[in-house]
Design a protein around this ligand. Structure first.
Ligand code: UDP
Ligand code: MG
Length: 336
Protein backbone atom coordinates (compact mmCIF):
# COMPACT_ATOMS: atom_id res chain seq x y z
CA UNK A 1 0.00 0.00 0.00
CA UNK A 2 1.49 3.34 -0.98
CA UNK A 3 1.99 6.10 1.55
CA UNK A 4 -0.44 8.29 -0.26
CA UNK A 5 -3.18 5.71 0.05
CA UNK A 6 -2.46 5.24 3.74
CA UNK A 7 -2.59 9.00 4.24
CA UNK A 8 -5.85 9.18 2.37
CA UNK A 9 -7.31 6.44 4.53
CA UNK A 10 -6.21 8.14 7.73
CA UNK A 11 -7.70 11.41 6.63
CA UNK A 12 -10.93 9.66 5.83
CA UNK A 13 -10.88 7.73 9.04
CA UNK A 14 -10.10 10.51 11.44
CA UNK A 15 -11.39 13.61 9.70
CA UNK A 16 -9.80 16.95 10.43
CA UNK A 17 -11.61 19.04 13.00
CA UNK A 18 -14.63 16.80 13.35
CA UNK A 19 -15.99 15.70 16.69
CA UNK A 20 -15.60 12.24 15.28
CA UNK A 21 -11.92 13.01 14.84
CA UNK A 22 -11.17 12.48 18.51
CA UNK A 23 -12.81 9.08 18.47
CA UNK A 24 -11.52 6.00 16.76
CA UNK A 25 -13.29 5.64 13.46
CA UNK A 26 -15.74 2.92 12.68
CA UNK A 27 -16.75 1.81 9.24
CA UNK A 28 -20.45 2.54 9.47
CA UNK A 29 -22.59 4.76 11.71
CA UNK A 30 -26.36 4.69 11.83
CA UNK A 31 -27.86 7.88 13.18
CA UNK A 32 -31.33 7.45 14.59
CA UNK A 33 -33.39 10.43 15.78
CA UNK A 34 -35.95 9.41 18.38
CA UNK A 35 -38.77 11.40 19.91
CA UNK A 36 -41.04 9.52 22.29
CA UNK A 37 -40.32 6.11 20.84
CA UNK A 38 -40.05 3.93 23.94
CA UNK A 39 -41.76 0.98 22.25
CA UNK A 40 -39.85 1.20 19.01
CA UNK A 41 -36.27 0.96 20.25
CA UNK A 42 -36.14 -2.70 21.20
CA UNK A 43 -37.72 -4.06 17.99
CA UNK A 44 -35.51 -1.72 15.98
CA UNK A 45 -32.34 -3.06 17.58
CA UNK A 46 -33.53 -6.66 17.40
CA UNK A 47 -33.95 -6.34 13.65
CA UNK A 48 -31.06 -4.04 12.82
CA UNK A 49 -28.12 -5.37 14.84
CA UNK A 50 -28.01 -8.82 13.14
CA UNK A 51 -28.12 -7.08 9.75
CA UNK A 52 -25.17 -4.85 10.66
CA UNK A 53 -23.22 -7.80 12.06
CA UNK A 54 -23.65 -9.66 8.80
CA UNK A 55 -22.56 -6.83 6.48
CA UNK A 56 -19.60 -7.89 4.34
CA UNK A 57 -16.66 -5.47 4.45
CA UNK A 58 -17.96 -3.70 7.55
CA UNK A 59 -15.76 -4.79 10.46
CA UNK A 60 -17.03 -2.16 12.87
CA UNK A 61 -20.20 -0.15 13.23
CA UNK A 62 -22.06 2.01 15.73
CA UNK A 63 -25.62 3.15 16.22
CA UNK A 64 -25.96 6.73 17.47
CA UNK A 65 -29.40 7.44 18.88
CA UNK A 66 -30.34 11.10 19.22
CA UNK A 67 -32.95 11.55 21.90
CA UNK A 68 -34.80 14.62 20.65
CA UNK A 69 -36.36 15.79 23.90
CA UNK A 70 -38.44 12.68 24.54
CA UNK A 71 -40.84 12.89 27.46
CA UNK A 72 -41.48 9.16 27.84
CA UNK A 73 -39.13 6.33 28.76
CA UNK A 74 -37.11 6.59 25.56
CA UNK A 75 -33.88 7.69 27.26
CA UNK A 76 -33.93 4.97 29.97
CA UNK A 77 -34.62 2.42 27.23
CA UNK A 78 -31.65 3.69 25.27
CA UNK A 79 -29.41 3.58 28.32
CA UNK A 80 -30.34 -0.04 28.98
CA UNK A 81 -29.56 -0.88 25.36
CA UNK A 82 -26.19 0.90 25.43
CA UNK A 83 -25.15 -0.86 28.63
CA UNK A 84 -25.65 -4.16 26.88
CA UNK A 85 -23.71 -3.16 23.75
CA UNK A 86 -20.91 -0.59 23.64
CA UNK A 87 -21.59 0.03 19.96
CA UNK A 88 -24.87 1.71 20.88
CA UNK A 89 -24.35 5.39 21.67
CA UNK A 90 -26.64 8.14 22.83
CA UNK A 91 -26.84 11.88 22.35
CA UNK A 92 -29.56 13.49 24.39
CA UNK A 93 -30.73 16.96 23.38
CA UNK A 94 -31.84 19.45 26.02
CA UNK A 95 -35.32 19.70 24.50
CA UNK A 96 -37.20 18.84 21.33
CA UNK A 97 -35.31 20.52 18.49
CA UNK A 98 -36.99 18.65 15.65
CA UNK A 99 -35.82 15.84 13.42
CA UNK A 100 -33.61 17.99 11.20
CA UNK A 101 -31.63 19.34 14.16
CA UNK A 102 -31.39 15.86 15.67
CA UNK A 103 -29.92 14.61 12.40
CA UNK A 104 -27.37 17.44 12.48
CA UNK A 105 -26.33 16.38 15.99
CA UNK A 106 -25.95 12.84 14.71
CA UNK A 107 -23.83 13.92 11.73
CA UNK A 108 -21.61 15.99 14.04
CA UNK A 109 -20.88 13.10 16.37
CA UNK A 110 -20.93 10.00 14.19
CA UNK A 111 -17.50 8.46 13.71
CA UNK A 112 -18.29 6.31 10.69
CA UNK A 113 -16.59 6.46 7.34
CA UNK A 114 -20.13 6.14 6.07
CA UNK A 115 -23.18 7.47 7.86
CA UNK A 116 -26.81 6.44 7.38
CA UNK A 117 -29.71 8.36 8.93
CA UNK A 118 -32.59 5.98 9.57
CA UNK A 119 -36.00 6.23 11.30
CA UNK A 120 -36.53 4.10 14.37
CA UNK A 121 -40.08 3.08 13.43
CA UNK A 122 -38.76 0.72 10.73
CA UNK A 123 -40.51 2.55 7.94
CA UNK A 124 -37.03 2.57 6.46
CA UNK A 125 -36.31 -1.17 6.23
CA UNK A 126 -32.84 -1.91 7.68
CA UNK A 127 -32.45 -4.66 5.08
CA UNK A 128 -31.79 -1.93 2.50
CA UNK A 129 -28.60 -0.99 4.35
CA UNK A 130 -26.78 -3.95 2.76
CA UNK A 131 -27.57 -2.64 -0.74
CA UNK A 132 -26.48 0.87 0.22
CA UNK A 133 -23.18 -0.32 1.65
CA UNK A 134 -22.55 -2.43 -1.47
CA UNK A 135 -23.01 0.66 -3.67
CA UNK A 136 -20.74 2.66 -1.39
CA UNK A 137 -18.06 0.02 -1.68
CA UNK A 138 -18.36 0.37 -5.46
CA UNK A 139 -17.35 4.02 -5.04
CA UNK A 140 -20.57 6.02 -4.75
CA UNK A 141 -20.49 8.72 -2.10
CA UNK A 142 -24.23 9.19 -1.71
CA UNK A 143 -26.66 6.30 -1.97
CA UNK A 144 -30.19 7.41 -1.40
CA UNK A 145 -33.12 5.15 -0.77
CA UNK A 146 -36.07 5.58 -3.11
CA UNK A 147 -39.48 4.47 -1.95
CA UNK A 148 -40.85 2.36 -4.74
CA UNK A 149 -44.25 2.11 -3.20
CA UNK A 150 -45.82 4.33 -0.63
CA UNK A 151 -49.00 2.42 0.01
CA UNK A 152 -48.27 2.75 3.73
CA UNK A 153 -48.89 6.50 3.46
CA UNK A 154 -52.40 7.85 3.14
CA UNK A 155 -53.65 9.01 -0.26
CA UNK A 156 -53.73 12.62 0.86
CA UNK A 157 -50.14 12.44 2.10
CA UNK A 158 -48.93 10.90 -1.15
CA UNK A 159 -50.75 13.53 -3.20
CA UNK A 160 -49.47 16.48 -1.19
CA UNK A 161 -45.94 15.15 -1.13
CA UNK A 162 -45.97 14.63 -4.90
CA UNK A 163 -47.22 18.21 -5.27
CA UNK A 164 -44.47 19.46 -3.00
CA UNK A 165 -41.71 17.73 -4.98
CA UNK A 166 -43.11 19.07 -8.27
CA UNK A 167 -43.35 22.63 -6.95
CA UNK A 168 -39.98 22.50 -5.23
CA UNK A 169 -38.17 21.16 -8.26
CA UNK A 170 -39.89 23.62 -10.59
CA UNK A 171 -38.59 26.66 -8.74
CA UNK A 172 -35.46 25.44 -6.98
CA UNK A 173 -31.91 25.34 -8.28
CA UNK A 174 -31.15 22.02 -6.57
CA UNK A 175 -33.84 19.52 -7.52
CA UNK A 176 -34.40 16.81 -4.94
CA UNK A 177 -35.10 13.26 -6.10
CA UNK A 178 -38.76 12.37 -5.70
CA UNK A 179 -39.72 9.80 -3.08
CA UNK A 180 -36.27 9.91 -1.48
CA UNK A 181 -36.44 10.44 2.25
CA UNK A 182 -33.66 11.08 4.72
CA UNK A 183 -32.78 7.38 4.60
CA UNK A 184 -29.53 7.34 2.64
CA UNK A 185 -25.86 6.53 2.93
CA UNK A 186 -23.40 9.42 3.10
CA UNK A 187 -19.67 9.01 2.72
CA UNK A 188 -17.48 10.80 5.28
CA UNK A 189 -16.45 13.36 2.63
CA UNK A 190 -20.11 14.33 2.14
CA UNK A 191 -20.73 14.44 5.89
CA UNK A 192 -17.85 16.88 6.32
CA UNK A 193 -19.25 19.15 3.60
CA UNK A 194 -22.68 19.15 5.19
CA UNK A 195 -21.25 19.82 8.64
CA UNK A 196 -19.48 22.90 7.36
CA UNK A 197 -22.62 24.54 6.01
CA UNK A 198 -23.25 27.53 8.24
CA UNK A 199 -27.00 27.86 7.84
CA UNK A 200 -29.53 27.25 10.61
CA UNK A 201 -32.27 26.14 8.27
CA UNK A 202 -31.59 22.44 8.02
CA UNK A 203 -33.86 21.14 5.34
CA UNK A 204 -31.84 17.98 4.97
CA UNK A 205 -33.25 16.78 1.67
CA UNK A 206 -32.30 20.08 0.07
CA UNK A 207 -28.86 20.08 1.67
CA UNK A 208 -28.16 16.53 0.51
CA UNK A 209 -29.21 17.48 -3.02
CA UNK A 210 -27.06 20.58 -3.01
CA UNK A 211 -23.92 18.78 -1.88
CA UNK A 212 -23.49 16.84 -5.10
CA UNK A 213 -20.92 13.99 -5.27
CA UNK A 214 -21.32 10.68 -7.05
CA UNK A 215 -24.85 9.58 -6.29
CA UNK A 216 -26.68 6.33 -6.71
CA UNK A 217 -29.97 4.97 -5.46
CA UNK A 218 -31.47 1.77 -4.15
CA UNK A 219 -35.17 1.01 -4.08
CA UNK A 220 -37.10 -0.06 -1.06
CA UNK A 221 -40.72 -0.36 0.03
CA UNK A 222 -41.73 2.02 2.78
CA UNK A 223 -43.48 -0.10 5.37
CA UNK A 224 -46.20 1.10 7.70
CA UNK A 225 -45.09 2.23 11.12
CA UNK A 226 -44.83 -0.79 13.45
CA UNK A 227 -45.45 0.89 16.80
CA UNK A 228 -46.43 4.33 18.04
CA UNK A 229 -47.65 7.05 15.73
CA UNK A 230 -46.26 9.65 13.41
CA UNK A 231 -44.68 12.72 15.00
CA UNK A 232 -45.46 14.86 11.97
CA UNK A 233 -48.83 16.55 11.89
CA UNK A 234 -50.01 18.13 8.66
CA UNK A 235 -49.14 21.53 10.05
CA UNK A 236 -45.56 20.40 10.71
CA UNK A 237 -45.32 19.03 7.18
CA UNK A 238 -46.52 22.34 5.75
CA UNK A 239 -43.82 24.15 7.75
CA UNK A 240 -41.25 21.67 6.53
CA UNK A 241 -42.36 22.25 2.95
CA UNK A 242 -42.09 26.03 3.37
CA UNK A 243 -38.65 25.58 4.93
CA UNK A 244 -37.62 23.45 2.00
CA UNK A 245 -38.73 25.91 -0.62
CA UNK A 246 -37.47 29.09 1.03
CA UNK A 247 -34.12 27.43 1.78
CA UNK A 248 -33.29 26.72 -1.81
CA UNK A 249 -35.21 29.19 -3.94
CA UNK A 250 -35.82 32.93 -4.16
CA UNK A 251 -38.52 32.52 -6.81
CA UNK A 252 -41.34 33.23 -4.30
CA UNK A 253 -39.71 36.59 -3.61
CA UNK A 254 -39.07 37.53 -7.20
CA UNK A 255 -42.37 36.38 -8.65
CA UNK A 256 -44.15 39.43 -7.23
CA UNK A 257 -42.28 41.78 -9.54
CA UNK A 258 -43.67 39.84 -12.49
CA UNK A 259 -47.18 39.68 -11.07
CA UNK A 260 -47.01 43.38 -10.20
CA UNK A 261 -45.75 44.19 -13.70
CA UNK A 262 -48.51 42.19 -15.36
CA UNK A 263 -51.20 43.84 -13.23
CA UNK A 264 -49.77 47.31 -13.86
CA UNK A 265 -49.88 46.64 -17.59
CA UNK A 266 -53.51 45.54 -17.40
CA UNK A 267 -54.34 48.60 -15.29
CA UNK A 268 -52.69 50.82 -17.87
CA UNK A 269 -54.70 49.30 -20.72
CA UNK A 270 -57.89 49.63 -18.71
CA UNK A 271 -57.09 53.27 -17.91
CA UNK A 272 -56.65 53.98 -21.61
CA UNK A 273 -59.99 52.33 -22.24
CA UNK A 274 -61.73 54.46 -19.58
CA UNK A 275 -60.23 57.68 -20.92
CA UNK A 276 -61.38 56.87 -24.43
CA UNK A 277 -64.79 55.81 -23.17
CA UNK A 278 -65.23 59.05 -21.19
CA UNK A 279 -64.16 61.21 -24.11
CA UNK A 280 -66.50 59.48 -26.52
CA UNK A 281 -69.57 58.89 -24.36
CA UNK A 282 -69.17 61.22 -21.38
CA UNK A 283 -68.52 60.28 -17.74
CA UNK A 284 -70.51 57.43 -16.27
CA UNK A 285 -71.08 57.04 -12.52
CA UNK A 286 -71.62 53.32 -12.22
CA UNK A 287 -68.70 51.00 -11.52
CA UNK A 288 -68.99 50.67 -7.75
CA UNK A 289 -68.85 46.81 -7.74
CA UNK A 290 -65.77 46.72 -9.93
CA UNK A 291 -63.98 49.21 -7.67
CA UNK A 292 -64.69 47.11 -4.58
CA UNK A 293 -63.56 43.93 -6.33
CA UNK A 294 -60.37 45.63 -7.51
CA UNK A 295 -59.58 46.98 -4.04
CA UNK A 296 -60.07 43.60 -2.42
CA UNK A 297 -58.07 41.83 -5.11
CA UNK A 298 -55.08 44.13 -4.83
CA UNK A 299 -55.31 44.18 -1.04
CA UNK A 300 -55.12 40.40 -1.07
CA UNK A 301 -52.19 40.31 -3.48
CA UNK A 302 -50.28 42.83 -1.39
CA UNK A 303 -50.86 40.89 1.81
CA UNK A 304 -49.67 37.67 0.18
CA UNK A 305 -46.51 39.28 -1.11
CA UNK A 306 -45.90 40.88 2.30
CA UNK A 307 -46.34 37.49 3.90
CA UNK A 308 -43.75 35.96 1.58
CA UNK A 309 -41.37 38.81 2.40
CA UNK A 310 -42.01 38.12 6.07
CA UNK A 311 -41.09 34.44 5.63
CA UNK A 312 -37.72 35.38 4.23
CA UNK A 313 -37.05 38.23 6.66
CA UNK A 314 -37.86 35.86 9.54
CA UNK A 315 -35.34 33.40 8.17
CA UNK A 316 -32.71 36.12 7.87
CA UNK A 317 -33.32 36.98 11.53
CA UNK A 318 -32.86 33.36 12.56
CA UNK A 319 -29.65 33.08 10.53
CA UNK A 320 -28.17 36.29 11.96
CA UNK A 321 -28.73 35.09 15.52
CA UNK A 322 -26.26 32.31 14.82
CA UNK A 323 -27.56 30.16 17.61
CA UNK A 324 -26.44 26.56 17.73
CA UNK A 325 -28.68 24.10 15.94
CA UNK A 326 -29.15 22.00 19.03
CA UNK A 327 -28.05 21.81 22.64
CA UNK A 328 -26.67 18.58 24.04
CA UNK A 329 -27.63 17.64 27.56
CA UNK A 330 -25.71 14.38 27.82
CA UNK A 331 -23.91 11.96 25.62
CA UNK A 332 -23.34 8.36 26.49
CA UNK A 333 -20.78 6.03 24.98
CA UNK A 334 -19.20 8.73 22.80
CA UNK A 335 -15.83 8.64 24.56
CA UNK A 336 -14.35 5.90 22.45
N1 UDP B 1 -38.45 12.51 15.25
C1 UDP B 1 -37.56 13.28 15.99
N2 UDP B 1 -37.95 14.54 16.41
C2 UDP B 1 -39.18 15.05 16.11
C3 UDP B 1 -40.07 14.27 15.32
C4 UDP B 1 -39.67 13.00 14.91
O1 UDP B 1 -36.44 12.86 16.28
O2 UDP B 1 -39.47 16.17 16.51
C5 UDP B 1 -38.03 11.15 14.80
C6 UDP B 1 -38.99 10.02 15.14
O3 UDP B 1 -38.77 9.52 16.44
C7 UDP B 1 -38.67 8.99 14.07
C8 UDP B 1 -38.29 9.85 12.87
O4 UDP B 1 -37.96 11.14 13.40
O5 UDP B 1 -37.57 8.16 14.40
C9 UDP B 1 -39.41 9.94 11.86
O6 UDP B 1 -40.59 10.40 12.50
P1 UDP B 1 -42.04 9.87 12.10
O7 UDP B 1 -42.01 8.40 11.90
O8 UDP B 1 -42.99 10.38 13.12
O9 UDP B 1 -42.27 10.60 10.72
P2 UDP B 1 -43.03 10.03 9.42
O10 UDP B 1 -42.46 8.67 9.14
O11 UDP B 1 -44.46 9.98 9.78
O12 UDP B 1 -42.72 11.03 8.34
MG1 MG C 1 -42.27 7.16 10.41
Amino acid sequence: MSLQVVGEQRRRAFGSDSAAGVRPAVTLSLIVPVKDEEQAIRPFLARTVPILDALPGVPSWEIVFIDDGSTDATLPQLIIASRGDARIKILSLSRNFGKEAALSAGLDHAAGQAVIPIDVDMQDPPEAIADMVARWQQGFEVVYGVRNDRCSDSRAKRLTSALFYKLHNMISDDPIPEHAGDFRLLDRSVVEVIRQLPERNRFMKGIFAWSGFRQSSVEYARDPRTVGETKFSYLKLVRLAIDGITASSTVPLRIWSYIGGAIALLAFLYAAFIVADTMLFGPSVNGYPSIIVAIMFFGGIQLISLGVLGEYVGRILIETKQRPLYVLRTSIGMEG
